[in-house]
Design a protein around this ligand. Structure first.
Ligand code: ZN
Length: 329
């Protein structure tokens, strides 16, 4: 995606080298002495794949990553075909013509992308089966430092990586640092699996979005208590090395950086899941940005929380106050 190209170009002036591996992971390396730290955010996004083109030029789709298909009807999407971007509308039978028992029932069998083609041949001149289609909502600012648009998961994480790289570009820090834009997180953390094997970090901090729970229908008891604007989120649980969590928390307290805590009793749904299990085991932590309506065309985040994530990572890397003591719960 364009985003990945932008990341590769933009981060190159802040690091010593940038490479792309066989899975499309972009690995930016700032040489240094000391332990290897990997900061990782994923570049891939949830999308739709074209699986069939019918005789009239309509395109049928399947989701690649967790998309709620009830959100798809009447969406504008953009299909990437080589260097071209093709506009499509996800079509659906109008309510006037539906039988009572059809109303409210949405499945991928009765949705299609309309690109305006009149025939299969014309459609095939523009797109191919296997092409990906993406949401294309406009980015907008909302009151109270909120922003909305598509694919904040995990563009905000990439933005954090870039800003941290920029801030420490000229500083001598006690780490050998790898900034990784991983690929294929949304379909099983495939990129992170390979990146962890090749880098073999001592410490890894994963930067991703997490669910905010400050809107109707959410339950703070079962869903956690995470609010937009209340700071970045530090995860706690078996996927997190507890001394690393404590160290990040200490950094936040010392520098008065707002943070919230989320409890993940199972492995997190992030790249940290597979990275922790790589090699001889990696000390992992997750720093998240709260997000409303994840994996929908209009995710909502707070710029304040993004700033908190950048600040905590910057201070943590500069200080390297990580206690390398034994594992403790
Ligand atoms: Zn994510």
């Amino acid at each position: 995606m364009k985003l990945a190209k932008d990341f590769s170009t933009s981060i190159s002036s802040f690091v010593n080298e940038v490479r792309t591996d066989a899975l499309g992971n972009i690995i930016a390396h700032k040489h240094g002495s000391g332990k290897r730290i990997m900061l990782i955010a994923h570049q891939d996004v949830v999308s739709l794949m074209i699986t069939h083109i019918d005789d009239n030029g309509f395109l049928y789709i399947k989701s690649a990553g967790g998309i709620d298909i009830s959100l798809l009807p009447a969406r504008k999407v953009v299909i990437l075909h080589g260097e071209n971007s093709i506009t499509g509308i996800i079509g659906k039978k109008p309510i006037h013509l539906m039988k009572d028992d059809q109303i409210g029932k949405i499945s991928l069998d009765n949705l299609w992308i309309d690109i305006g083609a009149k025939s299969k041949a014309e459609a095939k001149d523009l797109v191919s089966i296997g092409d990906y289609a993406y949401f294309c909502s406009e980015f907008e600012n909302l009151p109270n430092d909120l922003i909305t648009g598509s694919y904040f998961d995990d563009q905000v994480g990439l933005n954090v990586l870039m800003r941290v790289a920029e801030q420490i570009a000229t500083e001598a820090v006690p780490w050998d640092i790898y900034f990784v834009a991983s690929n294929y997180e949304e379909i099983g953390m495939r990129g992170a699996t390979v990146a962890a094997q090749s880098i073999q970090p001592d410490v890894c901090i994963c930067i991703d979005v997490t669910h905010a729970t400050d809107y109707p229908t959410m339950n703070v008891i079962s869903d956690g208590d995470i609010k937009l604007g209340d700071g970045c989120v530090l995860a706690k649980g078996p996927n997190i090395y507890s001394n690393l969590f404590s160290s990040l928390e200490k950094t936040a307290l010392l520098h008065q950086i707002k943070y919230q805590i989320e409890v993940c009793t199972y492995p997190t749904g992030t790249d940290a899941n597979v990275i922790q299990l790589s090699g001889q085991g990696v000390k992992t932590a997750v720093v998240s940005i709260p997000c409303r309506y994840m994996h929908t065309p209009y995710e909502v985040c707070s710029t304040k929380d993004i700033e908190c994530a950048i600040h905590i990572l910057y201070e943590f890397i500069c200080e390297a106050n990580f206690d390398y003591g034994n594992y403790r719960n």
